[in-house]
Structure formats: structure tokens, C-alpha cells
Design a protein around this ligand. Sequence first.
Ligand SMILES: Nc1ncnc2c1ncn2[C@@H]1O[C@H](COP(=O)(O)OP(=O)(O)OP(=O)(O)O)[C@@H](O)[C@H]1O
Ligand SMILES: [Mg+2]
Length: 405
Amino acid sequence: MAYPPIPPKPVIEPGANEDDKSTTHPLHVRIRQQEILADLGVLALQGRPFLELLNETARLTAEGMEAEFCKVLEYLPAQNRLLVRAGVGWHQGIVGVATVGADLESPSGFALHTGKPVISNHLENEQRFRTPELLVEHGIRRAMNVILQGDGSPYGVLEVDSRSEGEFSENDVSFLQGAANILGMAIERQRYELRLKAALDRQQMLVKETSHRVKNSLQMVSAMLRLQANTVGDDTLKQHLAEASSRVSAIGRAYERLSYDPDVENINLGAYLQEVCRDAISGLSQCKLDFELVDEMQLDTDRAISLALVINELVTNAVKHGLSNRSDGHVWVRLARNDENSAVISVRDDGVGLPPDFDLRRSKGLGMRIVAGLSEQLQAAISHRGGSNGTEFVLTFPLRRRVDR
Ligand SMILES: Nc1ncnc2c1ncn2[C@@H]1O[C@H](COP(=O)(O)OP(=O)(O)OP(=O)(O)O)[C@@H](O)[C@H]1O
Ligand SMILES: [Mg+2]
């Protein structure tokens, strides 16, 4: 926003002493004006609702000028008029409704188009400008207008009016222009924030749309693999295809969540993993799944997907090897916080237990390679125990990626 470094000299009616720098206000009023400018500065940074900001500025400005009236006029270029957007002192039905002309014959129009402050201390004798009807109706004798800069182009005009006798001086213009400049910066900032928010909303909408499409594509791939699994005669191949379908669908579930969750960067882990476990079991057997969610938690999408793939493998193995597709088997999954920065998830079954030579790091199966590789990526610690009463894998993982220094 470009403000002139030195405010232009005010346009004062002929007859007034233009060089008179003396103040018509006592010192305590000038001090109060300084305080008000400081208050306005704070107000401008507070991010109050727009109309509240305008009205509060009008109230404080009127107080600083010891005037009964003040208004913020918004320029409506299509009509070349100024709308009373906010103000104090006005009869009911004026603020938000009444307009005044913005042509050069009106004092506020002149201030708007030329950028020069306008002082009219004797409206009844005013020769230069037409006195707006609104001022006549309210019995106003003197008025002062300064331009209110907006975002790139002027927002409108800030005007103080008074019924009392007395004179607005050049010092008053400095105060009024100071108040208008602060308000102008606040207007610019609010509009900038609104544009930023609109851009952010649009970006989130696009992320959701993309997630929705990725989810649909992955669901299609998963469905095709499942169909293929049902058509091949070879049981091993059938199982491989079903597992591939389940891996793809575990990723698809993440994009499904992203497409409707308000948060597009993090995933509600409990709900997501519960779906993944349900999908993994339902494709393979009738065994019972018991998912215990002790604590709700969020995890960023990439890490949540890695974790889901690990859990998918562990649940699949529990059904496939531990329970050998027994329909009366039981799989327990439990997710809880470990401490403030980490969580723990366990997958347990009541099956036959791990083979005696089982070695997680040396397993030739794709499943354990996925588990070991992704656990490392997740910076997770993994342990297991397997005996006659079943197998349990326990993963402790940080909720945020740890950065090694
Ligand atoms: N819950 C479990 N109960 C019993 N044995 C298990 C369990 N989990 C893993 N195993 C054993 O560990 C082996 C390695 O598992 P891994 O997932 O790596 O391979 P896979 O399941 O045989 O094949 P893939 O996962 O590549 O389809 C399994 O073959 C099985 O013998
Ligand atoms: Mg496996």
C-alpha cells in the first residue's frame, strides 16, 4: 500500500488561515489523540471481525476529535457513490444503507479522488462543495474528510463531523489521516488474509479431489486383482493375488480417509487401521478380529500408510500361518500410546506359534521383508514372541519422524 510520505496540504475553505499551525485543542486532547492512534494500531493487529474494526475505529476517531459523528465511507465504483459502511452518532437506518455522491463536488468525493484532506468548518457557507443531504439532516456544521487507502486502490473515506461550533485544524487532519492510514493497513491485511484463506481452501479441495481419484483407482486395481485371484486354478497363485489385492486396498483406504477427513495431512490412525485389519481378514477367513483402540492418535499420511502395510502383513500372516485359515481362530490388534511421543501396536493370534527357526530379518517371504523394511523407515522397534498359545508382534513407533542430528 503506497502512502504519500508527506500528507498533502488540506483543502481549507477560503478565508481560513491556511498557514495557521496553531492547535485549537488543548494539550490533553492531543495526548489523547496519540493514545488513540496507539490503540488503533493494536486494534489493527488484533484481527477483529471487519465491521467491528470499522465501527471501533469510527468510535475512537470521534472521541479523539471530540466530535459527535464519524463515519467510514466505502467507495462503490459502479455507482460512483460512497456507502456509510460504519459509524457513530448517526440516526438509525443510516449505517450500512445511506450513500453520498462520490463526485468532485462532494467533500468526501473530492478527498477520495484527489487524495487531499478536506476541511469544511462552515458548511452553511460552503461555496466549494455541495453539502450532502445526510449532513444537513443531522444538523452538522463542520466536517473533515481524508482518504482511506485500501488494498491497491482506495477503500473510501474517513470523515468526522460535528454540530458544535469550533474549527478543525491541520493538526486535526494529521490525527485523522493517521487513523485512516492505520485502518487502511488493517483493511489491506484482512483482505490479504481472506485471499490467503480462499487459496488454502481451494488447495485443500484439490487435495481431497485428488485423494478421491487415487482411492477410486486403487480400489479398481484391488478389485481386478481379487477377480483374477478368483479365476486362477492354482491355490498358491490365488493366495498371492489375494494378498496383493489386500496390500493395494490398505493404501486405498488411506486415500479414502483423506478424501473426507478435514485434515488432509494426517490420518486418524485407529479408525484407519481398524478398516485395514477388517479388510485383511475378511478376504481370507472367518476368524474373529478384536481391535482394541486404547488412545486416539493422528499420524502423517505417509507414515500411516507404511504402518498400515506392516499391520496388513502381520494380520494376514496370523490368519494364514498361525490359524491356518481356521474359522474359529482369534486375532487381537491393540493400539495405545506408549508415551507423549510414541505409540505401541500389537498383533496377536491364538494359533500354532512361530516356527522354531523363525528369523524376522532373514525371512525369504515378501511379508516379513515388508515388515522389516517399513518398520525401519518408521523408526519403529519390533519384537515378537511365539509359543504354543500363539504369536505376538509388537511395534513401538514414534508419532513424529525423529530427525538425527
Ligand atoms: N503369526 C504367525 N504364526 C505362525 N507363523 C508365522 C506367523 N507369522 C509369520 N509366520 C512364519 O513366518 C514366515 C514368513 O512370513 P512372511 O510373511 O515373510 O512370508 P509368507 O507369509 O510365507 O509369504 P508372503 O507374505 O510373502 O506371502 C511364514 O512363512 C510363517 O512360517
Ligand atoms: Mg506373509
